[in-house]
Design a protein around this ligand. Structure first.
Ligand SMILES: CC(=O)N[C@H]1[C@@H](OP(=O)(O)OP(=O)(O)OC[C@H]2O[C@@H](n3ccc(=O)[nH]c3=O)[C@H](O)[C@@H]2O)O[C@H](CO)[C@@H](O)[C@@H]1O[C@H](C)C(=O)N[C@@H](C)C(=O)N[C@H](CCC(=O)O)C(=O)O
Ligand SMILES: Nc1ncnc2c1ncn2[C@@H]1O[C@H](COP(=O)(O)OP(=O)(O)OP(=O)(O)O)[C@@H](O)[C@H]1O
Length: 527
């Protein structure tokens, strides 16, 4: 087994179980060469990490049918195969088990073989298009303030009390997920906060798990390449709440989809906490929001009382995320004062309207906005802070459909005074295609813009041309440290905080007008 296959050290631990006992937890359609006394120590969906004692689950993937990797798994020592249908010929000494849904079987087996770690932890699950990481961040600050030992799994990996274990996905495949949760249990973790992606719900990575609290941030267009329609995307997200039927569901009802989700969950008899906007008739809402460059204050108004909160994070969207975190903590019995103190202790969320501190009098922010709604929220949040001209350095993911690329352009043009269009992760697309879709939206809006392909140069140019008091927003990559090139070309290291600081340090002190500069270089290819 190559433990580096997943891009991180994945070494499944050994947990012994007789096949008979394991199979009794699955729905069996058929078996062949069944040996009930066979010992199973681990399960995997990837033949490359199979070994003696590992059951191999043949998953029909987007590119390959896992059945074609059965011989590879068997060659590495596997003697139990779980599949969707029996093959025409059986390999000698291999037990075959047919189940109705292999992905569900994979998740159930991984959970059982790891001792159902979710049952030994207080589990908080967060789903939604935007705000999952930030909400997790706020909630972890509250729980840590209450002296709980907390793990946070999501876009940034698995943070176990400050030690980050890299993960291949936001919500990893079940064998990795349960292995990590078991590690957390063994290390004394009490609470785990998990970002639960729509991919993971659709692909049954969390099947069988139970959550004490499930949270819904919002839903806007994203990931339709997998889900097809917004209805299907919504339906995938909504499934998280089936895993919290006995717990609490916290829903931001500020948007159309949230309100719908809350209604549907309530109809199942589950307990729902509605989080909303100032003035709303909901269970948890903010009042008296005030924000400046040092942070955001608001009153947290709940059915159990009101408490003032001060966040070090900037921007209105963080109020929504903090409210969800507060509501989640309330369901678990934490006092409002503890919640307010915990939120107050939260460091600014890395890459989510994160300020690049400097002595040049520039307000430079890094934000992870890479969807239209996120970009809108980001620009709106910054506009609420200041009337100064905004230079926006941004790109669009190459695998976004043309309509979404255009919409990103429209949102950018509506919120910024000067735009530098640059590369973001390209993956299946090319930057030429991105520019072809975004440029007409920028031109139509009449905003001053230019194209600088190289993202470092774009950041440097945005900062170089800014005058004292101006605002520069670098949107798209946030905390991430790499830029993914077009398919097959790999990725390159990119630390936007470092790039911005370097640009500020080397900045020409001459005062330049970004709009004049832009007129001069309009549509000019710089890189
Ligand atoms: C689109 C998607 O979700 N793809 C997932 C899918 O890959 P696939 O269907 O293409 O796999 P495949 O290559 O066809 O292979 C089929 C099966 O054969 C196995 N195999 C393959 C090769 C081999 O030698 N031996 C072997 O056994 C594979 O492990 C797989 O089980 O099945 C694989 C395992 O079964 C996943 O690891 C893979 O996630 C990849 C890593 C991925 O990037 N997923 C992303 C899109 C994702 O999940 N993202 C969400 C968050 C998104 C967001 O919110 O931004 C996430 O939770 O991270
Ligand atoms: N509640 C919100 N409503 C709208 N936009 C938001 C909200 N919270 C965050 N954002 C925007 O989304 C960006 C990403 O935030 P965050 O990482 O918390 O979300 P996420 O759901 O974890 O994203 P991803 O799934 O892409 O990792 C932020 O930088 C900000 O621009």
């Amino acid at each position: 087994m190559d433990p580096q296959l997943f891009g991180f050290q994945y070494c499944p631990k050994e947990h012994r179980m007789l096949l008979d006992a394991l199979a009794s937890e699955l729905q069996l359609v058929a078996t062949a060469q069944f040996d009930p006394l066979r010992e199973v120590t681990a399960v995997t969906h990837d033949s490359r990490v199979a070994g003696p004692g590992t059951a191999f689950v043949a998953v029909p993937g987007f590119h390959h049918d896992g059945m074609k990797f059965v011989p590879d798994a068997v060659a590495r020592g596997t003697n139990v195969v779980v599949c969707a249908q029996l093959p025409a010929e059986f390999l000698p000494d291999v037990t075959y088990i047919v189940v109705p849904d292999v992905r569900i079987a994979l998740a159930l087996m991984a959970r059982i073989l790891n001792g159902k770690p979710d049952e030994q932890l207080r589990m908080y699950g967060i789903t939604g298009t935007n705000g999952k990481t930030s909400t997790a961040y706020f909630l972890s600050s509250i729980l840590r303030h209450a002296k709980r030992r907390v793990g946070v799994m999501g876009t940034i990996g698995f943070d176990l009390d400050g030690k980050i274990i890299e993960t291949p996905n936001t919500t990893p495949e079940a064998p990795i997920l349960h292995d990590l949760l078991r590690t957390a249990v063994e290390g004394g973790t009490e609470d785990v906060i998990m970002e639960v992606s729509s991919h993971s719900l659709q692909l049954e990575r969390v099947a069988g798990m139970s959550f004490d609290v499930a949270m819904f941030t919002n839903l806007t267009e994203d990931h339709l390449e997998l889900h097809g329609t917004m209805e299907a995307y919504f339906d995938a997200k909504r499934r998280l709440f089936e895993h919290a039927a006995a717990g609490y569901s916290i829903v931001d009802v500020g948007g159309e989809w949230g309100a719908r989700a809350a209604g549907l969950i309530e109809a199942t008899g589950a307990r729902v906490v509605r989080v909303g906007c100032p003035g709303d008739a909901v269970d948890v809402r903010p009042e008296n929001i005030a924000t400046d460059l040092d942070g955001t204050t608001f009153d947290l108004v709940t059915s159990s009382g009101t408490v003032p909160v001060r966040l070090r994070a900037l921007g209105g969207y963080h109020v929504r995320n903090a409210l969800l975190a507060a509501a989640a903590a309330m369901t678990q019995g934490y006092a409002l004062e503890t919640i307010a103190e915990g939120l107050g202790e939260a460091e600014p969320v890395p890459g989510r309207l994160e300020r690049v501190l400097n002595e040049d009098g520039l307000d430079v922010f890094i934000d992870y906005a890479h969807t239209t709604d996120a970009l809108h929220s980001c620009l709106e949040a910054v506009r609420a802070l200041s009337d100064a001209p905004i230079t926006l350095v941004f790109g669009v993911l190459g695998d976004r459909i043309p309509r979404l690329r255009r919409e990103m352009g429209t949102v950018a043009a509506a919120g910024a005074d000067h735009i530098i269009l640059t590369e973001d992760d390209l993956k299946a697309g090319s930057f030429e295609e991105v520019v072809a879709d975004v440029a007409p939206a920028l031109d139509e809006a009449g905003v001053a813009w230019e194209r600088i392909d190289n993202r470092w140069d774009a950041i440097a140019a945005g900062i170089e041309r800014a005058r004292q008091g101006d605002i520069v927003i670098i949107a798209g990559k946030g905390h991430e440290k790499q830029l993914i090139l077009a398919d097959g070309q790999g990725a390159i290291h990119l630390d936007e905080m470092a790039a911005a600081k370097e640009a500020i340090a080397g900045r020409d002190p001459r005062v330049l007008d970004p709009r004049e500069e832009c007129e001069k270089s309009r549509h000019k290819l710089i890189s």
